[in-house]
Design a protein around this ligand. Structure first.
Ligand SMILES: [Zn+2]
Length: 271
């Protein structure tokens, strides 16, 4: 059911205010602010429901909170998000682009299946963000998900810690419980939580696997470190492994789609 025009106008004002606030709090840079406003409007208008927008706002609040949590410490170990944690449009689009896509599909086709996909996307993004941002604070060195005997530096894609993995579950549950409280799937609480939790946790495991197996890696010609960016210390590095061009943002986008497929599967299996 399409939202009345008055709701859309109120939503547009609310989204503008929140995006501006995120910009002022340095959670988003200029392009990230614009991208999040566009995605917010698509989600509100596409879903025709305030609930979807509230889910995204809860995700964003949790992600910003945990990104800034002990930020100085994360910076000191050189693992904090670049640009002081202010996310750009690429980062916003790779975490939330799929959510907007399913909201648009909901507008065209309707039905709870796209709500399930949407929850899978947001739960995966929440799991991944909380696992990364809190996992960085772990006293234990991360181990590579595909070879747990190998320790890696904090912040390495594919590195996992017990703390980070626990937070992946927490992230997915936050989205699942919020969706249940908002009455997704006509109030079928257990089903909503299962769809979001399973999609989010498996989606973020998919993120770690893709990060370990397929993400591009380069060796810096200046410091000799293996890094996840083509350039380091101002010079182009030597290609080491992974798929060229498959960077952290594309891995995020792919893993949210994996989360969506898993959530759709759980939704379908639970009848
Ligand atoms: Zn270097």
């Amino acid at each position: 059911m399409p939202l009345p025009l008055s709701d859309i106008l109120v939503g547009f004002v609310l989204i503008s205010i929140l995006s501006y606030l995120a910009f002022k709090l340095k959670a988003l840079n200029r392009s990230g602010t614009f991208a999040s406003a566009v995605i917010g409007v698509i989600i509100l208008v596409g879903s025709g429901s305030w609930s979807w927008l509230i889910i995204i706002i809860i995700f964003f609040a949790a992600a910003s909170f945990f990104t800034h949590f002990k930020y100085t410490f994360k910076r000191s170990i050189g693992a904090a998000e670049a640009r002081r944690g202010a996310r750009s449009w690429v980062n916003v689009a790779s975490n939330g682009g799929a959510a907007a896509l399913f909201a648009a599909a909901e507008y065209v086709f309707g039905g709870d299946i796209f709500a399930a996909a949407f929850l899978g996307v947001v739960a995966t993004a929440a799991s991944d963000t909380l696992a990364t941002e809190v996992g960085l604070l772990s006293r234990m060195k991360p181990r590579l998900i595909i070879s747990l005997r190998r320790q890696v530096e904090p912040g390495t894609s594919g590195g996992v810690t017990p703390l980070g993995t626990s937070m992946a579950v927490v992230g997915a549950l936050i989205i699942g419980l919020a969706a249940a409280a908002l009455g997704f799937f006509d109030g079928a609480v257990f089903k909503v939580v299962a769809v979001a939790a399973v999609g989010g946790v498996l989606g973020s495991i998919g993120d770690s696997l893709l990060g370990a197996l397929l993400q591009e890696r380069y060796r810096c010609v200046v410091c000799g470190k293996v890094v996840e960016h083509p350039t380091h210390h101002g010079s182009k590095g030597l290609f080491v492994s992974g798929i060229r061009g498959l960077d952290n943002n594309l891995v995020n986008l792919t893993s949210t789609l994996i989360g969506a497929v898993i959530s759709i599967t759980v939704f379908t299996l639970m009848g």
